[in-house]
Ligand binder design. Structure first.
Ligand SMILES: [Zn+2]
Length: 235
């Protein structure tokens, strides 16, 4: 451990601040984020479509007999699994859009809800099924248990995969852009910080080191400034 490396050797290059992101670059970044957002919403709507299929199967309005499988419970489970897959992929696109174009955290409630829209989508696309399975009087008790358990497990999974655990804010990005300008930053495969110093002792021995602009670092979810080489020091 090279703990003795003097933190005093601050980068001289830090002093020269290149101009911030150009207007065109900012527009391009925002439209890229919008693409991911639209994709997320489309996938969530497809998920809700499969929720409807599951409900119609439950009510007997649909009756599938593909591959000789006539037990409708199997098809309900298939619909629920497809539902949750679309929810989770949609949420990943949603989180990506917020990495690229973070929301402002001036309104904390709005910031929380916006970043966790995937959780709301997961609840809308899955929770009603649990209620319907539980309330269904025609359903055999054993099937009811299985269906409720499946829907409960996938709902928990969907929520866990949809939460944005480490969202950046527009203010974080603005501050980082002001600090870094168009200079390069560095990050590693598993770290969550970005580094200004490629020889920072926390990443020096890392086998995989990537570099890019500060906007690219945020897109890769490296939105946390390294405590040793990237934290802005006042005075
Ligand atoms: Zn560092």
């Amino acid at each position: 451990m090279a703990k003795d490396s003097a933190p005093a050797e601050k980068k001289a290059s830090r002093a020269k601040k290149a101009p911030a992101e150009s207007f065109q670059d900012k527009q391009a970044r925002k439209s890229k984020a919008s693409g991911f957002r639209v994709g997320a919403v489309i996938l969530w709507l497809i998920a809700i479509g499969f929720e409807v299929v599951a409900i119609l199967l439950l009510n007997g309005q649909f009756n599938f007999r593909f591959f000789g499988i006539t037990d409708q419970m199997v098809w309900i489970i298939v619909a629920v699994v497809i539902d949750v897959i679309f929810v989770i992929i949609g949420s990943q696109l949603w989180k990506k859009s917020n990495d690229i174009d973070p929301a402002s955290e001036k309104n904390k409630v709005k910031f929380f809800l916006w970043n966790n829209m995937g959780v709301i989508a997961a609840i809308v696309a899955l929770a009603p099924l649990i209620v319907l399975f539980l309330k269904d009087k025609k359903l055999d008790p054993k099937k009811k248990k299985i269906l409720t358990a499946v829907a409960g497990v996938v709902l928990v999974l969907a929520i866990l995969f949809s939460v944005d655990w480490n969202p950046a804010s527009a203010e974080d990005l603005e501050a980082a852009q002001a600090e870094i300008g168009d200079g390069l930053v560095y990050w590693t495969a598993f770290g969550k910080s970005y580094h200004i110093d490629p020889d920072c002792h926390t990443i020096r021995n890392s086998a995989t080191k990537e570099s890019g602009t500060i906007e690219e670092a945020f897109e890769a979810k490296r939105n946390d400034p390294c405590d040793f080489c990237a934290l802005e020091e006042e005075g």
